[in-house]
Ligand binder design. Structure first.
Ligand SMILES: C[S@@+](CC[C@H](N)C(=O)[O-])C[C@H]1O[C@@H](n2cnc3c(N)ncnc32)[C@H](O)[C@@H]1O
Length: 291
């Protein structure tokens, strides 16, 4: 499925303070936000990050259309400072991050993000070594339970970890669907959501070190912004949103940021109907104060 950018209009309203500025899209994905931004602001330039080689392929497909207005950097956005300096950029007018996996990554059964995947992988950047298969098949009961609780807020973390260890005695857990079956043996379905959702989320966050990456990005963002430049983060669950909220609050108390979203911004009903993924999206934005 094509990835539909979440809250594109709201994202632009918060991100753009200089119509001919230089911006960073930390999460190029399918290029949805980047394309929208270039289309609405003809003089804007973008440095686009993504660590997934499939995103690089999509960038190459669109390269002609983008012309010289987009530079693509295949790197973890936590390395934003050094990576920007490698392309001779020292400061920018806005930084956007739309955290998490893209619909393309999720739907690709060879990536292991969805319940019916043929494998257990979940790496967004396949140059990294740690896979979900290794974690699920070799981590201790305590470590698994901690991961499920800490990153998935899974209240049955211990029972699920125990079921995994029991299942491991019968052989390796090779696929996401096998893992889902184990989880369903100890947790009943409540409503439409799969009982495996929180464990899958936890594994994905852990494998990709998502919270630390976000924290590092937020820490260096103010150093990279010109006065009046903005940081805009779209997040999809409470752990990420809490990190963003806290960072913006601390930076505003130090006189570095002015918070633009006093209340978190969520998608309108009309958007959720067309793009169900936007249901849990939250935008927070802050502007660097001139000194
Ligand atoms: C939700 S998608 C972004 C979709 C994009 N905004 C669009 O409209 O097409 C998130 C993307 O960010 C990438 N990503 C996630 N964490 C990253 C990180 N730490 N560094 C670089 N890219 C990352 C993923 O590989 C994925 O392609």
């Amino acid at each position: 499925m094509r990835h539909i950018p979440v809250m594109p209009l709201e994202t632009l309203q918060y991100l753009i303070n200089k119509p001919d500025g230089l911006y960073v899209d930390c999460t190029f994905g399918d290029g949805g936000h980047t394309s929208y931004l270039l289309d609405k602001f003809k003089d804007v330039k973008i440095v686009a990050f993504d660590w997934d080689e499939d995103s690089l392929k999509r960038f190459v497909e669109k390269e002609k259309e983008f012309g010289e207005r987009v530079i693509f950097v295949r790197n973890n956005f936590k390395n934003i400072k050094e990576a920007l300096s490698n392309v001779n950029v020292n400061s920018v007018d806005g930084i956007l991050a739309d955290i998490g996996v893209s619909s393309k990554q999720f739907d690709d059964l060879d990536r292991g993000f969805s319940f019916n995947s043929n494998i257990l992988d979940m790496r967004m950047d396949r140059r990294n070594n740690l896979t979900a298969k290794e974690v699920v098949n070799s981590y201790s009961y305590e470590d698994l339970a901690d991961i499920f609780y800490k990153y998935g807020e899974e209240y049955k973390s211990r029972q699920i970890a125990s079921a995994i260890l029991l299942r491991r005695k019968r052989g390796i857990i090779n696929t996401a669907s096998e893992l889902q079956t184990v989880i369903c043996s100890v947790k009943r379905r409540e409503g439409k959501v799969s009982p495996a959702t929180k464990v899958f989320q936890a594994l994905r966050i852990f494998i990709n070190d998502e919270l630390k990456n976000l924290e590092t990005l937020l820490r260096v963002a103010p150093e990279l912004l010109n006065a009046g430049g903005r940081t805009v983060i779209i997040s999809f669950h409470s752990l990420e949103d809490r990190i963003v909220k806290l960072n913006f609050k601390q930076n505003s108390e130090c006189g570095i940021y002015k918070i633009l979203t006093k209340k978190v911004v969520t998608a309108l009903k009309e958007e959720v109907k067309i793009n169900p993924r936007s249901r849990s999206a939250k935008i927070r934005a802050a502007e660097k104060i001139s000194v």
